[in-house]
Write a protein that binds this ligand. Structure first.
Ligand code: HEM
Length: 143
């Protein structure tokens, strides 16, 4: 009986650790609702930010809502989630906006603040920010 329990325990442990290893970044972030919440919070931070508000200032509430939905769908899909993204690619969407390196750095800071607000664990934040960093060259267009 004892042997059986030990064997059963090991199989259970192995199953748990395998399931964890197979989790997508989408799942680690907490799924679509969690991504929606982070994107909404980040957009609000951008709108109040001295440096970044110019990128949101001439948008109506409906336009902002549509953009939030696109950003969340993009992140959902890019992190392995079950979403369809029907927007433009990152270069097309950002190339005419004149986004600078300093804008980018501020954006990353605000993203960290939003992730912290929703208690996203440090290792998941790191994985997410690494994925976002991979988009920088397509988004920053001005030195
Ligand atoms: C400094 C950083 C960023 C700024 C200032 C910024 C700003 C903007 C602005 C102003 C638009 C609307 C453009 C338009 O309607 O013509 C936009 C669209 C969008 N952005 Fe960003 N963005 C930044 C980073 C990112 C990142 C890191 C992602 C992805 C994780 C992203 C995803 C998107 C998506 C999906 C759209 C919608 C594309 C479409 O309309 O088809 N953005 N962004």
């Amino acid at each position: 009986m004892r042997k059986f329990l030990v064997a059963f325990g090991s199989v259970a442990l192995l199953t748990v650790s395998l399931a964890k290893a197979e989790q997508t970044l989408y799942e680690k972030l907490g799924g679509k609702q969690a991504i929606d919440a982070v994107v909404e919070d980040l957009t609000n931070r951008m709108m109040k930010d001295k440096r970044l508000k110019r990128f949101c200032s001439n948008m109506s509430e409906d336009q902002l809502k549509a953009r939030r939905a696109l950003v969340a769908a993009f992140i959902c899909k890019a992190t392995g989630g079950p979403c369809e993204y029907k927007g433009r690619d990152m270069k097309q969407a950002h190339q005419n906006l004149g986004i600078t390196e300093k804008d980018w750095n501020r954006f990353v800071e605000l993203t960290k603040q939003s992730l912290n607000k929703f208690n996203v664990p440090a290792d998941v934040q790191k994985e997410f920010l690494n994925a976002v960093a991979g988009l920088k060259d397509q988004i920053v267009s001005k030195k």
